[in-house]
Design a protein around this ligand. Structure first.
Ligand code: A2P
Length: 280
């Protein structure tokens, strides 16, 4: 069972390596570099301390500038970036890590993720071996994966004897990934939800709208609250200051069991909005 400290706002999740991550973070997928800096500055002012980027987003520089200018102590921040597909492999991973850290202007990272499993490339094990070295050297506190499926996770765990701390996958009410989430829980892997709002697709759902009206909150707040109560770490993206603030303001209300059950019922076989890890 994953430990979640709810005495703080946002709650903090303890990963299987003892590292603590705020359960609500800020994602910057599809945010151009020049917009990333003001967006992250706004998020940090609003209280977000968990920032999620990736090399492929092309905005590590903007994210780093916002962090540097914030005046927030480094150890109060939790910064994640991800290794891109063509950097997979042992030596190339070590190089890519240095380059990401330099762009971010940081001297260590909180969490490094393999962005996609890329099974056909055959390099995810060597990539994770390089992650283990980076962790042993104290350059990254926690190491995990993104968009990994159950068979690939099983091979990684059985071969390397280390369980990734996080599996960051597409999760939202239309695509709940119950089997993979259950596998993660069983193995002590925290599931982190990317595109928690379904890239906006779930916001107009009538059932979500009805619950939002019942509680006097917005549809985005209902969905993010569902993430929190389900135990996901969640990283909504927005470049709109009002929405950035609104998405952080989800700790003054709770969904009832019955409201959660209604959202659970929205899962769809065709709910995926992003690529399938088996073919991407
Ligand atoms: P924008 O960035 O223009 O504010 P996801 O995190 O699932 O990828 O969803 C991101 C999308 O949802 C973006 O298009 C973002 O728009 C939009 N979005 C984020 N927060 C809210 C909100 N509170 N209300 C409405 N739309 C939102």
């Amino acid at each position: 069972m994953t430990a979640i400290d709810t005495s703080v706002t946002p709650p903090v999740v303890t990963l299987n390596d003892g590292v603590r991550i705020p359960q609500l973070g800020f994602g910057v997928w599809q945010v151009p570099d020049d917009q990333a800096q003001p967006a992250v500055e706004t998020a940090l002012r609003d209280g977000y301390r968990n920032i999620d980027t990736a090399r492929i987003y092309g905005n590590e520089v903007g994210v780093g500038r916002a962090i540097a200018g914030s005046g927030i102590a480094r150890d109060e921040l939790f910064v994640t970036t991800k290794l891109w597909n063509d950097d997979q492999g042992y030596d190339s991973t070590l190089k890519a890590f240095d380059a990401s850290l330099e762009r971010l202007g940081l001297d260590y990272l909180d969490l490094y993720l393999i962005h996609w499993q890329q099974v056909d490339r055959g390099a995810y094990l060597d990539t994770f071996r390089a992650f283990q070295k980076l962790q042993a050297d104290g350059r990254v506190r926690s190491i995990g994966v993104s968009n990994f499926t159950q068979p690939t996770l099983t091979t990684l765990i059985d071969t390397l004897g280390q369980v990734p701390s996080i599996n960051q996958i597409e999760v939202h009410p239309y695509f709940q990934q119950r089997a993979l989430h259950a596998f993660d829980v069983e193995h002590g892997i925290v599931t982190e939800a990317w595109s928690p709002l379904g890239s906006g697709a779930v916001l107009g759902d009538p059932a979500i709208g009805a619950i939002a009206a019942e509680l006097g909150v917005s549809p985005a707040q209902v969905i993010l609250r569902w993430d929190i109560q389900k135990g996901f770490v969640t990283i909504p993206k927005s470049v709109t200051p009002e929405r950035i603030a609104q998405n952080f303001d989800i700790f003054g209300f709770e969904l009832s069991e019955e409201q959660i059950a209604r959202i659970d019922g929205l899962d769809r076989a065709d709910g995926r909005t992003g690529p399938n890890p088996d073919t991407f």
